[in-house]
Design a protein around this ligand. Structure first.
Ligand SMILES: O=C(CO)[C@H](O)[C@H](O)COP(=O)(O)O
Length: 210
């Protein structure tokens, strides 16, 4: 099981500072949607250049033109690119095909998908490398999480790696780990703390036990 740090709401210098602090304790660093909106794909390049040994995920939440968007993110140095599960199948297929062509991976984010199980099975058949259940900030504000959704997709996904994101904290991590995703994505559960390094180290210790 791997740990991904989601960097949201920071600029490039802020992102570098946080990654430098926790780099030894994470497997993947996510350039979150807000940074990409603020800084563009330069943020992906800046982090990949500064931390070449880390896997970099660009959280573009692609909704159309999957092949083209994946190509541009890959050129900037992204190893994994996110595409929305609510997209058309042709968008997901285009993204997966382009990723396979250039040795990258696609994470399909099931945020706001209603039929989680059915769509996870379809996306799996389309060749997604990761399938992620995700309670976004707006759902978190309503007290929702994706723990049950993770169990649901685990029962149908046969090929892709599974992932979970949305409001995961050290206190809720054991419940997440019990459902055995391949990837746990944590943003505020690390970045909002004063001692980010200690939080990341403890989370990495827990996810590495499985
Ligand atoms: O993609 C995102 C929001 O759309 C976040 O990166 C993801 O939810 C992880 O952050 P947090 O742990 O703070 O919820």
């Amino acid at each position: 099981m791997k740990l991904q740090l989601a960097l949201d709401l920071v600029d490039i210098p802020g992102a570098k500072e946080v990654v430098a602090e926790v780099a030894d304790h994470i497997d993947i660093v996510e350039i979150g949607t807000p940074i990409v909106i603020n800084e563009g794909l330069h943020a992906v390049k800046a982090i990949k250049d500064a931390f070449p040994s880390l896997t970099v995920l660009a959280d573009l939440k692609v909704m159309d033109a999957g092949g083209y968007e994946v190509m541009k993110a890959a050129e900037a140095g992204a190893d994994i690119i996110t595409v929305l599960g609510v997209s058309d199948n042709s968008t997901i297929k285009g993204a997966v095909d382009e990723a396979n062509k250039c040795g990258r991976e696609v994470l399909v984010d099931l945020i706001n998908v209603k039929d989680i199980k059915g769509r996870a099975a379809e996306v799996d058949a389309l060749g997604a490398h990761y399938i992620c259940v995700h309670s976004g900030y707006d759902h978190q504000a309503e007290g929702k999480n994706s723990f049950q959704d993770l169990k649901a997709i685990k029962s149908v996904v046969k090929h892709a790696k599974t992932a979970i994101a949305g409001g995961i904290k050290l206190e809720t991590l054991p419940e997440v780990i019990a459902a055995q995703p391949d990837l746990v994505i944590v943003g505020g559960g690390i970045t909002s703390l004063t001692d980010k390094k200690a939080a990341a180290a403890e989370m990495k210790r827990l996810v590495s036990q499985t």
